[in-house]
Design a protein around this ligand. Structure first.
Ligand SMILES: Nc1ncnc2c1ncn2[C@@H]1O[C@H](COP(=O)(O)OP(=O)(O)OP(=O)(O)O)[C@@H](O)[C@H]1O
Ligand SMILES: [Mg+2]
Length: 450
């Protein structure tokens, strides 16, 4: 055969040729090769057709589909003859086309691997999210991008469900927090009523005393006017003088002089106390922003100590050591005061429980201090309770872990405290404890700008 014959032969579809006269050995070899190559062709065909992944070949220069396997046809709802010859822009949603074309160009220049999550548009117009891995090779002399597609619908659904669940989780967490807060406010309410009742009672007593004293003073003034009148008329009888003297004695002016200012001062003090409790209550219940805002932590401590007074005052004395040069800290005031309340109530329960166990009726001590370090503010809440037993130290942060009887604790206090301090404020919370001696909870909140 000549060169022309060879070309004609290949054009006509020949896979190979032998020259005459042929050698038996060579012929055997060529036939075996041919059978072999047909076989591997068939294998590739089977792979291509049987693959559950969609396989698509797109010519790099024309962006036309040149090959499509049955899976991709099924995925997109086209027949193979539909697909072959279609343009890249026919199988992607219009809104995403610019991005996809850009990715395709970069990919075919081998400057970028294709990203996950390319949206395809099916024949019926609906969308198919797909993960693609792709490679560029030459098919029949033309450069093609071969894409292997996996339907990502299920992954998308799972991701969506996960997102929804996370959102719901966050929602429930917020609900739980506000439920615990409401519960706390409810519990505090009766204590606060009690706290307000004491000053109201002595203000009432003082007002009654002032009313009586006023009566006495008026009576005295009346006597005095009568006395002056009689003196002016030159009719000052023995009897008149005796009556006036008696009124003066009855009034006990010395006593009134001493007691009236005391009663007034005490009443004003009582009113001050009520005002501060009411203000603290208002601040505790409606501390303002749900966003972080520069906050005076000392004030939060004082407020929380005030509203919770009835919770701790029978069990413990309270000692505050608040650093007056504490910088303002960006935080959600309402949530921090809830954390403080949880820790104060825990401390109070701890000293109460210890005195119940030891039979020692001496009050315990709760001490709260604030200090500022380089980059954070530290709040320490210590108690002289029984400490946290070794066996439960790693459990106390778990939601619903409690050692208290029903009605006294539900085990949410510390879980909420940790979520608030660590997750919301990027701070830390830990404890130091010694059995029989007491516990210190240490909160650190970063001073940073956020
Ligand atoms: N200061 C403390 N001293 C000793 N034990 C403590 C102290 N604070 C917490 N604990 C232990 O940790 C457990 C969990 O505390 P947490 O505040 O989370 O829940 P609770 O106080 O039991 O209930 P809740 O706070 O929901 O009313 C408590 O039951 C208690 O056993
Ligand atoms: Mg608690």
């Amino acid at each position: 055969v000549g060169d022309d014959d060879f070309e004609k032969g290949v054009e006509a579809g020949a896979s190979d040729y032998v020259k005459k006269p042929f050698d038996r050995g060579e012929l055997r070899l060529r036939v075996r090769n041919l059978i072999h190559s047909h076989e591997s062709d068939r294998r590739y065909q089977a792979l291509f057709k049987g693959a559950s992944q969609g396989i698509l070949a797109i010519a790099v220069d024309t962006q036309e589909i040149v090959m499509a396997n049955p899976s991709i046809c099924e995925m997109l709802g086209y027949t193979k003859s539909d697909l072959v010859g279609m343009h890249l822009s026919d199988i992607h949603p219009r809104e995403e086309l610019v991005r996809i074309q850009e990715e395709f160009n970069l990919h075919t220049k081998r400057e970028r691997v294709l990203t996950y999550d390319i949206p395809f548009q099916k024949k019926d117009g609906s969308l198919l999210p797909a993960d693609i891995s792709s490679t560029v090779l030459s098919i029949d002399g033309a450069l093609c991008a071969i894409g292997f597609l996996t339907d990502a619908t299920r992954r998308h659904e799972l991701e969506k469900r996960l997102r929804e669940e996370e959102e719901q989780h966050r929602f429930f967490e917020a609900e739980l927090r506000s439920a615990q807060k409401l519960e706390a406010v409810g519990r505090l309410a009766s204590g606060i009523a009690h706290e307000i009742n004491t000053p109201i009672q002595f203000i009432g007593d003082n007002l009654r005393f002032l009313k009586d004293s006023f009566g006495t003073a008026v009576e005295l003034a009346r006597q005095y006017f009568g006395f002056v009148e009689s003196a002016e008329n030159g009719a000052l009888s023995e009897d008149r003088i005796a009556k006036s003297k008696k009124a003066l004695e009855d009034a006990d002016i010395g006593y009134l002089e001493e007691e009236i200012p005391v009663a007034v001062d005490q009443s004003l003090e009582g009113i001050e106390r009520i005002v501060s409790i009411v203000r603290a209550m208002k601040e505790f219940a409606h501390p303002g922003s749900k966003e972080k805002a520069p906050t005076n932590i000392n004030k939060l401590v004082e407020t929380t100590v005030t509203v919770s007074k009835n919770e701790w005052k029978y069990a413990a004395d309270m000692k505050l050591a608040l650093d007056s040069s504490l910088p303002q800290v960006p935080c959600i005031a309402g949530e921090i005061s809830q954390v403080l309340l949880n820790l104060i109530v825990n401390a109070s329960h701890a000293v109460e429980e210890k005195s119940g166990q030891t039979g020692n009726s001496n009050k315990g001590l709760i001490a709260i201090s604030t200090t500022s370090r380089d980059s954070f503010v530290e709040i320490r809440i210590s108690d002289t309770g029984g400490g946290i037993p070794m066996a439960i130290r790693d459990k106390i942060w778990e939601p619903f872990f409690t050692t208290k009887e029903a009605g006294k604790g539900t085990g949410q206090g510390l879980a909420i405290a940790r979520a608030c301090i660590v997750e919301k404020h990027g701070g830390t919370i830990h404890f130091e404890t010694e059995e029989g001696v007491g516990t210190i909870f240490v909160i650190r909140i970063p001073i940073g700008t956020n």
